[in-house]
Design a protein around this ligand. Structure first.
Ligand code: SAH
Ligand code: TYD
Ligand code: ZN
Length: 415
């Protein structure tokens, strides 16, 4: 491993299997996507090269440079899962599903990797079921504790997993949403799961699906935290490498297209037909192949041109445009497209920890949602497009007053 003083560059080879990687897109220098800055902070901003490629051996799509995890996940990490009613309902429903199925055994124990503010585990805690969240970001962990959730403020990895096993015994369910893809050391995750999971337990991983990202040209799903972009093929291969088997998948609409991967110890459970079915689709379309990914790259470049042209045209016509949702995803959009306060003077967002801060790289100020109507802009650039329904319903007066929404996924268009 080579350290260039800014980020970690691994030798050209897959982080999972070591085979050669074929690069398909380079976004250039990018900041840490959730590093919102105090306006008074004059220190140099950390940047790294955001580039992605696909492994020719195991099909895993991954970044070529790794941002040190402590730069992303720390006490002040601002993301809060419960900021969205859709996600609160989604995880509450899943917790009830677990309580009705896998957790119907004597004295079950469930562990969540990346439990954030306890959006899922609070329902498990309320049901009186033994649980533990593993969450390195102190602020998020404290928010979960305020909901009665038991949390270990640490990174999940092999040694922390062994300690949990020693203290609490085996887990019948290890759940992780939108977190496993953030961990470059997948080997450590799987070894930790191996140490902690009960013999017939399940490791359930929810993450954004490469197939949906490609289909909708959601290039903004690529940023530091999303080190891997998962497919059925790559998750199946990685699971097998560490003595596990992908036994079921469920496609979910959240975050623009997600898969819930159910992983068990090899041979412990039958494999559902859905796995082979989507695997066949991925192979037929060549999902991790260069043709598919090069076309995605081409569409991404086109989206940048279209979006920047639209914003410049509106500015030249004297129209006002405000951003909505200071998402991590928006860091890729603003910094890859070169969108600064001259085109988008501020972004409205409901997360208190982001208010009064500047968005990473672009330096666009973040303001509370109340600033949106004060006065309404002519156009709103919807960075939180995965929450479109919720946000557009909340802000229905904007459209009623003649305001227009700008979307860029699946293509640049005005609604
Ligand atoms: N599960 C929540 C949160 C996703 S954000 C949801 O789906 O909404 C990713 C979370 O993973 C962050 O809270 C981050 O602090 C945490 N995280 C990052 N690396 C981790 C690791 N190695 N072990 C456990 N949690 C981790
Ligand atoms: P999200 O798209 O979930 O994630 P990421 O940061 O990983 O791209 O983030 C949604 C952002 O949008 C979050 O900062 C909160 C904000 N938001 C609002 O401002 N209003 C809303 O009604 C909702 C649902 C989200
Ligand atoms: Zn590989």
């Amino acid at each position: 491993m080579i350290t260039d003083g800014r980020s970690t560059v691994h030798p050209p080879g897959c982080r999972v299997c070591g085979q050669p990687i074929r690069a398909f897109f380079d976004f250039g220098r990018q900041p840490v996507s959730d590093a919102f800055r105090d306006p008074a902070d004059r220190s140099a901003e950390f940047h790294y090269d955001l580039a992605v490629g696909a492994c020719g051996g195991c099909a895993m799509v991954q970044q070529s440079h790794e941002v040190p995890r402590a730069r992303m996940f720390h006490a002040d990490y601002p993301y809060r899962s419960s900021g969205s009613a859709l996600m609160r309902d989604h995880f509450e429903a899943f917790a009830h599903h677990l309580l009705d199925t896998e957790l119907k055994v004597p004295d079950p124990f469930v562990v969540e990797i990346g439990s954030n503010d306890g959006v899922m585990l609070r329902t498990i805690a309320q049901a009186g079921v033994r649980h533990l969240g593993v969450e390195p970001s102190g602020g998020a962990a404290d928010a979960a504790r305020a909901h009665g959730v038991r949390v270990l403020t640490e990174f999940f990895q092999e040694d922390s997993a062994r300690r949990i096993r020693d203290e609490d015994g085996p887990a019948v369910v290890i759940f992780s949403a939108n977190t496993v893809s953030h961990i470059a050391r997948l080997d450590s995750v799987f070894r930790g799961v191996d140490a902690l999971l009960a013999p017939n337990g399940v490791f359930v991983v929810e993450d954004r699906y490469l197939g949906d990202i490609v289909d909708s040209t959601a290039f903004d799903q690529i940023y530091d935290e999303h080190f891997y972009l998962f497919s059925v093929e790559s998750v199946r291969n990685a699971s097998r490498r560490f003595g596990f088997e992908l036994v079921d998948i469920t496609r979910l609409p959240v975050h623009g297209g997600t898969i819930r991967f159910t992983i068990a110890r090899a041979g412990a459970r039958p494999v559902a037909p859905a796995v082979g079915e989507l695997l066949a689709v991925e192979r037929a379309r060549g999902l991790a192949g260069h043709r598919t990914l090069d076309r995605f790259a081409e569409r991404t470049r086109h989206a940048r041109t279209e979006l920047v042209d639209l914003l410049r045209r509106l500015r030249d016509q004297g129209r006002t445009v405000v951003g909505y949702g200071a998402t991590a995803k928006s860091a890729t959009v603003t910094n890859y497209c070169g969108i600064g306060p001259d085109l988008v003077p501020y972004i409205c967002d409901s997360t208190p920890a982001k208010h009064g801060k500047l968005a990473p790289g672009s330096g666009i100020p973040v303001r509370p949602p109340a600033a949106f109507a004060d006065p309404y802009p002519d156009y709103a650039l919807l960075f939180a497009w995965n929450h479109a329904e919720e946000i557009m319903a909340k802000e229905h007066r904007f459209a009623a007053a003649g305001g227009r929404w700008i979307r860029y996924v699946p293509r640049v268009h005005v609604v």
